[in-house]
Design a protein around this ligand. Structure first.
Ligand code: 6PG
Length: 503
């Protein structure tokens, strides 16, 4: 009979699973690991024996029953399997071996509706279920991811010590990620990038919004690069140097940092820069789409986030774009003479657009908590995102500070820091947009963010006409500016009398 020696178990030894298992082992926890394909488990254990300082903490199990028995009760079992059917199938396989009070933790990119469903079912059976967003890719999983867990608070308390230990850490004074972890040598101290998000699917919801923001953040950076390339004729290496510089200032972030690296990478196969040889057709796995779809469902204008999803879709129509490029005409691009001036304007355009994009993500979460009965702590969410995750950035500390100043902040753009930044930067942002339009350069995310900004700051919009149109053809009624809100009117637009009635 196998004795229960493991502090935690993990199912799914693909890249994320292996790295998270090693992270947990590096922190001194004994971890049992299981993979559907037993060869993979064996290979992983062999790899650990050869290379990993914390090898003694990893126990490979070939059978599911043996795996479960190896874990101390109440068992904590992390799933890192492909989100969707594989998650359900793994849970079904685990259940016969588990006992009341055991906890399953899903670290995949699950849809939060699925997490809510699974949490309800498993708690009904006497188990606990935590859906935990895990961000940071392979390196994050290994040396410190950003973790967004939700489920019952009791289950979280049981998982908390391990989750806090393995999460990325940020410096308490500066908010900067603590770097320098190595195999067997995790960083110590700092604030962990994890906290309880709320019940049922809240954690995976917040992870989904993180990914929606990731999409727009990436798209905005791509548009800044594209403007420098097309309006200034700069090569990838030169643009990479600009991103390197920007990474020292208010735009400092993981995505800007890797962009600087990517752009300066030479092509290993031929002359020139690698990025110029990478096909311009973007892929996506769906989390950005989920964010945009949820924004549409909740009626929140996260248009820049949606635009980032559409921008990928448009890029993927590569063959159609190639065919259309010789038929649909546009202006001849005129190079701008003053490089320094335009680069600074593009930097401002990027920063202002980024503020709008994050404002949309947080506005979406604010609506979601009302709709789904959660109480989200936005300052803490921004804090969790300061390290470990893909969107980690100095900028997020500013967001934590903004919600610290005003926990009920209506919109991020209205916080004094962001208000000042966007009020000042907007003129250059507009100049950049004008140049893009005049020269026919596609910058949908910059434009979409600006449409949001200009719409949000307008006390009146053209929707008066829209409401009248709706009333004209569908008797959908309208409110009047000279009457209290909530009173609705209909005009008989087609009759000769044109009578207005209050309905
Ligand atoms: C993260 C990432 C990750 C995501 C990839 C791919 O936070 O670590 O968001 O979860 O899966 O970035 O996403 P796309 O394939 O949709 O670009």
């Amino acid at each position: 009979m196998q004795t229960a020696t493991a502090d935690i178990g993990l199912v799914g030894l693909a890249v994320m699973g292996q790295n998270l298992a090693l992270n947990i082992a590096d922190h001194g926890y004994t971890i049992a690991v299981f993979n559907r394909n037993a060869d993979k488990t064996r290979e992983f254990v062999e790899h650990c024996e050869r290379n990993e300082p914390s090898r003694a903490n990893v126990i490979g199990c070939a059978e599911m029953a043996e795996f479960v028995r190896t874990i101390k009760r109440p068992r904590k079992i992390v799933l890192l399997v492909k989100a969707g059917e594989a998650t359900d199938a793994t849970i079904e396989n685990l259940l016969p071996h588990m006992e009341a009070g055991d906890i399953i933790i899903d670290g995949g990119n699950a849809h939060w509706h699925d997490t809510t469903r699974r949490e309800k079912r498993l708690s009904g059976l006497g188990f606990a279920f935590i859906g935990s967003g895990v961000s940071g890719g392979e390196t994050g999983a290994r040396f410190g991811p950003s973790l967004m867990p939700s489920g019952t608070f009791e289950a979280w308390q049981s998982l908390e010590p391990i989750w806090r230990d393995i999460a990325a850490k940020v410096d308490a004074n500066t908010g900067k990620p603590l770097e320098g972890a190595a195999p067997g040598k995790p960083v110590s101290g700092g604030i962990p990038c994890t906290a309880y998000i709320g019940p049922n699917g809240a954690g995976h919801y917040v992870k989904m919004v993180h990914n929606g923001i990731e999409y727009i953040d990436m798209q905005l950076i791509c548009e800044a690069y594209w403007l420098m390339k097309n309006l200034l004729g700069m090569d990838a290496g030169e643009i990479g140097k600009i991103f390197e510089k920007w990474n020292q200032g208010e735009l400092s972030s993981f995505l800007v940092e890797i962009t600087a690296d990517i752009l300066q990478q030479k092509d290993p196969d031929s002359d020139g820069f690698l990025v110029d040889k990478v096909l311009d057709a973007a892929g996506q796995k769906g989390t950005g789409l989920w964010t945009a779809a949820n924004a549409l469902t909740l009626g929140i204008p996260a248009n820049a986030i949606a635009e980032a999803v559409f921008a990928r879709a448009l890029s993927a129509l590569k063959d159609e774009r190639v065919a259309a490029s010789s038929l649909l005409k546009g202006p001849v691009v005129k190079l701008e003479p003053d490089r320094a001036v335009l680069i600074e304007a593009i930097r401002n355009a990027l920063y202002c657009s980024k503020i709008c994009a994050y404002a949309q993500g947080f506005q979406l979460m604010a609506e979601a908590q009302l709709e789904y009965g959660w109480q989200l702590d936005f300052g803490t969410i921004a804090q969790i995102w300061q390290g470990g995750c893909i969107i980690r950035a100095g900028f997020l500390r500013k967001i934590t500070e903004a919600y610290g100043r005003n926990p009920g902040l209506m919109n991020l753009m209205l916080d004094p820091y962001f208000l000042e930044a966007i009020n000042q930067g907007q003129y250059q942002w507009r100049q950049v947009m004008s140049l893009a339009v005049i020269n026919g350069i596609s910058v949908p995310a910059f434009g979409s963010a600006m449409a949001y900004y200009d719409g949000y700051r307008s006390s009146t919009l053209s929707a008066n006409l829209l409401q009248a149109q709706r009333d004209f053809f569908g008797a959908h009624t309208y409110e009047r500016t000279d009457k209290p809100r909530g009173k609705f009117f209909h005009l008989d637009w087609s009759s000769s009398e044109r009578n207005q009635v209050e309905v």
